[in-house]
Each structure stands twice: as structure tokens, then as C-alpha cells.
Ligand binder design. Sequence first.
Ligand SMILES: [Zn+2]
Length: 375
Amino acid sequence: MRKRTLLLTITLPVVMGGVVLSLATACWVGRERSSPTLTPTLTSIAAMVTATPVPTATAWPTPSATLPAPALFTGRKVLAGLQPETYVTDACQYLRERWDAQSSAPGTVVVPVMFHTVFEGVAYRPGETYIPAVDLQRTVEAAKRLGFETITAAQLADFLEHNMRIPPRSMIWILDDRHPDMLDKYFLPIAREQGWTMTLGWIVGDTDHRKGLWKQVEGWSAKGYVDVQSHGYAHYYVADDSPDALVRQELFGPVALLEQHFGYRPIAFVWPGGDVTARSVQLAREAGYRLGFTVFARGPLMYNWVPLGQAERAIGDPLMVLPRFWARPDLPDKLQEAARLGDAAAAQSFRDFAQEAEYYRLMCGCELPVPSGSE
Ligand SMILES: [Zn+2]
């Protein structure tokens, strides 16, 4: 089987020679960048490796790798047509975050789901956005059986950006639009019983005019049942010919309002209708969003591994066009498949560890910590 390799740029700057040497003596920086046990030097190196943009090509030469870059997970049996995209461009950062003992374990997987409404006593009709109540309950049971838990948008962003630790089998349940009745009747009881959090793709524009609605959602948020994120100001569908002012209002408009009502800035934008353009993604980044969600059901997510279709890939910013599974009766199967995918990815990463450690030693000047899950 031919391994697909990551398209990674190896940045080992000449000007970093001294730094690399000093890294070699204590080069495992770890995840706790603000930990008081870290020396200032190590903290600044961590910051430089992960956050500082490469200044110029001449100051930061990029020698070509003599070893193949780390392989992407390619388990054919469980991929089933998924087309994963990577986005971490620095191989050393990727390997360090992948194997850091405080990071998410290899094979950690996230299932994002899009919900709208729940109906009782009706069968599911393909293409519809409601899920029969009985299937919602089956999904909860399957998730519990398989060990899935929900995470918030911030947890997902930290995981996707830096492999920060989350439960090895995670889900993010996103309820689009505004269905306080559905929340009250179906989703909040689940949140209470399971200790889960429902992520809301909330439309803010006219919430002021709906008596008591802000207060109701603020109450749920204070209890941790909901994580309110942005679904636009007026639920405007962006298109290539959308005026910038309109797109800006959709993206920037909700920020201050949500912050005012919930005490934090939204970091996820749920694209109304799933429609997205390169320009709108650029503006979303400007507005401070770290994640965006479409309505395409492409597959589960892993660190530096986002399945996309051609349209989303063309946008060039995978984290802003994340896929979501639809709330359908086959959700329990999707959870089962995601669990299998995670297990296969974990198995492959432990098989690849020696090769990746060798790569890290030669190209990054450091030793990877031996993972506890391997010999
Ligand atoms: Zn919507």
C-alpha cells in the first residue's frame, strides 16, 4: 500500500542553530507552556515553534528533508472514501504535539453532528433535517456504549489546532437555528443526564425581540448545558457575489452580542445553509473565529486530519469548513465507524512511532517521548 505523505515544510532555520543545540539538552517542551517549571528559554522556544510566523524565506531557509515526512493515517479498510486534509505545516510541531504525553492520545476522534428538530411518531424521510425521537435516544445509548462524550467548540479548536487533550471518543452536537422548545424537551434532559454540553448555532439578529429568550439561554449556559456559538446575525447565506458589508455583519455582528450575554467571544461559526466562500472564510478569521462548520457529512475528525470534499478543499482553510454528520437514524452506525477509525489510526501511529521518532531526532533535533501505549 502506498503511503500518502504529508505535505510539510521543514523549517530548521540556520539562525536557530544555537537554539536547536540548547533544545537537544532539554528539548521536550511539553504542553504546559505557562507552567512555572519551564524555563523562560523553553517557553519562548515553544512559542516560536508554534506561533511565530516564518518571517522571510531568506531568514528562515527550508532545506529539503532527507527522510520522508511522517505518514498520514491511511487505513484503507476504515477510510471508506474519506478524503482527509492536513493543515499543520510544520512537521516538527505536528510530531511534538502528536506524541506529547499531555496531548490527546493517538487515534482520538471527534464526531461532529448537526441537529435541527426532533419529532415523535414519524419515520425519517431522507433529506429531512429532523430526527425521530426514538433514533435520538438510540444515538445516546450507542454513544454511551461506545464511550463517546461531548466537547465544546473551544475544546475542539484546541484539539484540532494543537492536539490538546479531549476524551478519546468525542462528539460535538451542534443545534442549528433556534429551537428552544426542542432544547427544553429533548436536548437539555440529555445534557443533564449524561453531563454533556449542547453547542448552539445561534442566530442573534432578532433574539432581542423574542421575549425572555436571551434570559432562558443565559440560564442554560450558566449551568453548562449549552455552549452558544454563532450562526450569523440574520442567517444570511453567503455567495461569491455577496457584498462585503453583509458578510461582515453576519460574522462580526454576533460577536459583541454573544459576548455580552454569555461572557465569552464565539469561536465557531456555523455557516447558514452550509454556504461558504474563500472571502467569507478570510473575514471569519478576521472576526476571530477558529472553527467553521458546513453541512457536508464527510466524516469524523482527528488531529491534523479533516475529511473534506473538493469544494471545501478549494477554500484552503480546513478548520473553517469542518464537516458535520446529519442527525439521521444511522448516527449510531456513524459513531461505530468513527470508533473503528480511531482504533485503526491509533494502531498505525504506534507502528509508525519508531520511524517518526527517527525523523524527529534528525530533522527537529529532539527526542520524542516513548508513548506509554507502546513497548
Ligand atoms: Zn441555519
